[in-house]
Design a binder for this molecule. Structure first.
Ligand SMILES: [Zn+2]
Length: 375
């Protein structure tokens, strides 16, 4: 057996780009807004991030995953109001359900789990720093980050950026802004939402700023990997990076982005309003967690996919083949184990690793089953 050190530098290819790592990796994952039950889209994102961590561990790198909880959020406030509960109590109850669902599908607890409501003073400091850097301006009790260049850096035209901004609560129509693509770092207090004192008046943190404050507080100015569902690419992640870089002057904020593919139902986005939510809890009542996990993982991680109940049968069959291969006597070929490792280190190529491990059997299959969280 060779040791990790003897195999040379540790590193992984993520989104086509090699990220060299010494002994630890800072992975920031945008977590949930705890106002609703866990659906398959959430599960897919967090199973993939969990698997990224497991692959890093296989490579001899200790992942430090920080998965935040966005418990200060406009949509959550509305849901809590409807339930007649305080926003933080409501969020805490939802969080228990999410943790239960994550445990049921084998997602390990993150090393850090900051909650937004504890980082309000950090956001105030962030806002002050962005004002000092000239990247933000105060207006009517709020603080706004200048965002006109963010869309361009993301490769979006203005029209597409404005549409996404409106969809994700960016309030492009807010008359307080110099530019519709500016975003609130500090949002002026409004009825129905929690409020804290600040140098600019009572208000609450803006969504992107919360994540910046949490990521920076846990990891400092930069991370090795920033992870989250692909739908967060713009505006959330684009503004996160822009704010962090404007505040610290450290570029790039993230060495690699891990944007997991969106899960659709009949080609449509999963949404409560569309009535097409596939809940993880419901799936796990009828199918083993391993089959659900493998249905999620046996595909390219960045590509969106359409869920159909018929996908679970083949996933269960593939899982059984892997288990049978793992139980096979002999065939513990070190080259096959090394190849599984190489395939996983190369943009988490699970389908190819699965083919190889099932064929080779023995240690290669056992290694893969363990790294994919299927044991
Ligand atoms: Zn985030």
């Amino acid at each position: 057996m060779t040791t990790d050190a003897a195999e040379g530098a540790a590193g992984a290819v993520i989104a086509g780009q090699r990220v060299e790592l010494l002994d630890r990796a800072r992975v920031y994952a945008c977590g949930i807004t705890p106002y609703d039950v866990t659906h398959l889209g959430h599960a897919a994102t967090f199973v993939w991030i969990d698997t990224l961590g497991r692959v890093l561990r296989l490579l001899g790198v200790q992942p430090e995953v920080c998965r935040n909880v966005t418990d200060v959020d406009d949509v959550l406030d509305v849901a809590a109001g409807r339930a007649g509960a305080a926003y933080d109590e409501f969020a805490a109850i939802q969080q228990f359900g999410f943790d239960r669902d994550m445990a049921a599908i084998g997602v390990r607890s993150p090393e850090h789990e900051p909650r937004a409501h504890r980082y309000v003073t950090h956001v105030i400091r962030l806002a002050a720093g962005l004002l000092e850097a000239g990247a933000a301006y105060p207006r009517g009790g709020g603080v706004y980050f200048r965002g006109a260049g963010v869309a361009e850096r993301s490769g979006l035209n203005r029209e597409a950026a404005l549409a996404l901004s409106a969809e994700f609560g960016g309030r492009p129509g807010d008359p307080a802004k110099d530019d519709p693509l500016d975003v609130a770092v500090w949002q002026v207090a409004e009825p129905g939402h929690p409020a804290w004192d600040s140098p600019w008046g009572p208000g609450r943190p803006g969504w992107h700023a919360e994540c910046v404050a949490m990521a920076m507080s846990v990891f400092g100015p930069a991370v090795d990997v920033h992870a989250g569902g692909a739908e967060l690419r713009f505006p959330h992640h684009a503004y996160h990076a822009a704010m962090a870089e404007s505040f610290t002057g450290v570029h790039p904020y993230a060495r690699a982005w891990f944007h997991t593919g969106v899960v659709t139902i009949d080609g449509a986005k999963m949404a409560k309003s569309a009535g097409n939510l596939v809940l993880l809890g419901d799936l796990l009542k009828e199918h083993p967690a391993g089959a659900v996990r493998l249905m999620i993982l046996d595909r390219p991680w960045a590509r969106g996919w359409d869920y159909r109940p018929e996908l679970l049968g083949p996933a269960a069959a593939r899982l059984e083949s892997l288990y049978r291969a793992a139980a096979r006597q002999g065939g513990d070929d070190p080259a096959a184990v090394a190849e599984v490792r190489r395939l996983l280190a190369t943009d988490l190529n699970v389908p190819a690793a699965l083919d190889l491990a099932t064929e080779a059997g023995g240690a290669a299959a056992r290694t893969l089953a363990s790294v994919l969280g299927l044991t």
